[in-house]
Design a binder for this molecule. Sequence first.
Ligand SMILES: [Zn+2]
Length: 169
Amino acid sequence: MLWDQKGVPQKGWTCEGVTDLGSPDGRCEMCGREEIRYVHHMAHEDYEDLLDVGCVCAEKMEDDYINPRRREQDLKNVAGRRKRWLTRKWKKSRSGNPYLKTDGFHIVVYPLSDGSWGGKITDLGTGDAVTNKRPYADAGSAKLGAFDGMVFLKGRKVASAGGNSGAQG
Ligand SMILES: [Zn+2]
């Protein structure tokens, strides 16, 4: 329990990001509570290490009772979308490859000559395209990889615009 510990600031922390562990396997470094699924990575200028904590402690450390919960909700939404991602209606491109247009991106996956799968995400606004670095075993994992890439690109876009997140689907 770090809350009572000398040298550990109680307020003035900022969040560097949240991780979804996928299951409640985490432990809050601040209060010791277990069964944490969403881990908030907290930083403080007067404290050397990042602390991985749960939502309740993140709220206290930031003295913010809205945004930590919102960050978790965003991750929950993403997890829900990822679950539904493969059951969405993928269209077929002229060359027969499955593609989707969503969230301002064009996403296509395609078989490579060695039987593995690749994927490409194009930002419809800027025309910037990103292809995956390593091949996927099958079309399904290529689609999920593209989803993760899309979420990452979207997050970067939101961060640079300083605005709020876009539509959910
Ligand atoms: Zn805690």
